[in-house]
Design a protein around this ligand. Structure first.
Ligand code: SF4
Ligand code: SF4
Length: 293
């Protein structure tokens, strides 16, 4: 579906913004944050065989460069799609989660991930080509993931403030259970709410929080074989995370249950769970110290 002209001024790359929401752009809009931070998770960004940062950067840069030469016509764009699908691995960790070949690098310096069919992409000259996508233009236009509704505003603001690159941002921002559990833990420790202002002018607290967020990609206690990074967050729950269970002889997982669950932690060995708890204790203690300054 094409946007009408009056809507254009309310659109950021990749996602539309209604006039009412526009006033909140600086606060809690999640899809596009800045010239190097944005999210393409619902377009299947991470549903690739190799979802490492280097591999995705290479893939997106190659597409962007190739798409620059593509004629903006139905035939030209569909030929590009076929070419990309023939030249890239089509192996998908989640075969029923579409990975869109029109994801590329956008923004003034092409430093962030976004939709190459979007009308604000300069070479599209105001035309919205998203109707040529797998989901169709309407779905691309109106979809918002659960995190956009479920995360409290202060949590969105903190994530936007702490993460400065699209790769980690897109992996984390859809993780509303993990993010809320991290926030709840630190607020419990401080016995107060944590707000964006707590980290804006406090680089050490920002770094400590960033190190907690980084666990999304570097968690050392993951279940063997659970190495896929893609998160399936859609409401049909077709690919839920495996439910963690206490090790034999243990009655419950007492501490950090949600965090351990969302990080797909190995819990069949009580010793590993204990190490994971101590690891988290350490990360949270450092953050707590910096927030108490
Ligand atoms: S996954 Fe959520 S935050 Fe990311 S682009 Fe889609 S709607 Fe926006
Ligand atoms: S066409 Fe739709 S699914 Fe593809 S990148 Fe653009 S917004 Fe995402």
């Amino acid at each position: 579906m094409k946007h009408t002209a009056p809507e254009h001024k309310h659109i950021l790359y990749g996602r539309p913004v209604s006039p009412l929401r526009e006033q909140k752009l600086n606060d809690d809009y999640l899809c596009q944050v800045g010239s190097s931070v944005s999210c393409g998770a619902c377009c299947g960004l991470y549903n690739v065989a190799d979802a490492s940062r280097q591999s995705l950067e290479r893939l997106l840069a190659a597409r962007t460069s190739r798409f620059a030469d593509v004629e903006r016509s139905i035939a030209g764009i569909m030929a590009f799609k076929r070419e990309i699908e023939a030249s890239e691995s089509q192996e998908r960790p989640l075969p029923d989660f579409h990975h869109c070949p029109f994801l590329g690098l956008v923004g003034p310096r092409q430093e962030t991930v976004g939709c190459m069919l979007h009308p604000l992409e300069p070479l599209n000259k105001g035309m919205d080509f998203r109707s040529l996508s797998h989901y169709g233009g309407m779905a691309c236009h109106i979809y918002f993931c659960p995190a956009t509704r479920l995360l409290p505003t202060r949590c969105k603001q903190i994530v936007r403030t702490v993460i400065s690159d699209w790769y980690l941002y897109g992996l984390l921002v859809t993780e509303h259970r993990l993010l809320q559990a991290i926030l709840a833990e630190i607020e419990h420790r401080l016995n107060r709410q944590v707000l964006r202002d707590d980290v804006v002018h406090n680089p050490q607290a920002r770094e400590a929080l960033y190190n907690l967020f980084l666990l999304r990609v570097s968690w050392p206690f993951r279940q063997p074989g659970r190495i896929r990074l893609v998160n399936y967050f859609f409401n049909d729950h077709r690919h839920p995370r495996p439910v963690i269970a206490p090790a034999v002889g243990e009655q419950t997982i007492k501490r950090y249950h949600t965090i351990l669950q969302e990080l797909e932690t190995r819990t069949d060995c009580a010793n590993v769970v204990r190490q994971a708890e101590l690891y988290l204790d350490d990360k949270f203690r450092i953050l707590q110290e910096h927030l108490q300054i």
